[in-house]
Ligand binder design. Sequence first.
Ligand SMILES: [Zn+2]
Length: 280
Amino acid sequence: MPELPEVEVTRRALAPVVEGGVVRDLVVRERRLRWPVPKALERRIVQRKVLCLQRRGKYLLWRFEHGTLISHLGMSGSWRIYRRTAPSPGRHDHVDLTVEQPQGVFVLRLTDPRRFGALLWQRGGERALRRSSLLARLGIEPFDPRFDAAFLYRHTRARRGPVKQVLLAGDLVVGVGNIYASECLFEAGIDPRVPAARLSRRRCERLAQAIRAVLAQAITAGGSSLRDFVDAEGRSGYFTLAARVYERNGLACLRCGAATVRRIVQSGRATYFCPHCQRR
Ligand SMILES: [Zn+2]
């Protein structure tokens, strides 16, 4: 499943092709994604200029003067870029978006076998976008300068649930999916079962740092796959994280080398941690 780093790498791959370009065509072959692709979408964006491509959580925001195209990769979605024309579409190639730039014409193709992705329209500017039902309840961006120890400390005082679930909920900070939650808590040396409300300021500091470092590392690692987006065959845009604790249950901890990584289940999701390095 694409996580925040994959979406950010996708954004970086698409941005040079999309930003400042004019949409010349939109072909939707399958409207039944997670929510139906709006019928009026073609009318709204064809012959319009994309001002910029932004990201909020796992949503890509294609900003136009009169509104925003909001796209999501869901469970299995990916975008690919073709110069001039795309090959004949396969069963899961649901959307082709043609963008014209001074340097040429590009076809951006959305492929999504499981169809949990989304392609929606939000009219209006920044304010309407921030208030849209999809984005309104998202937590802060991990790379937002306001996300720091003080923020984490302040916003966890009333959260009695285990810190892992609080991170996973996404309403405090976005981008910490199931794999990254285990990785971040391992880096920060915090037991995933500790109630978030009990984290000290110092531990909040370590956790905020770990979240930024782990996600930044994943984005950097994925950056090496940027060229795979253009004229590529097969799946592109996903990459494997060099996990330090995730799915390493039964193996020696990579930090202490003495303890064995344990796997537990929290709210139906697997969590991995070192009982020696990660304290309650
Ligand atoms: Zn350890």
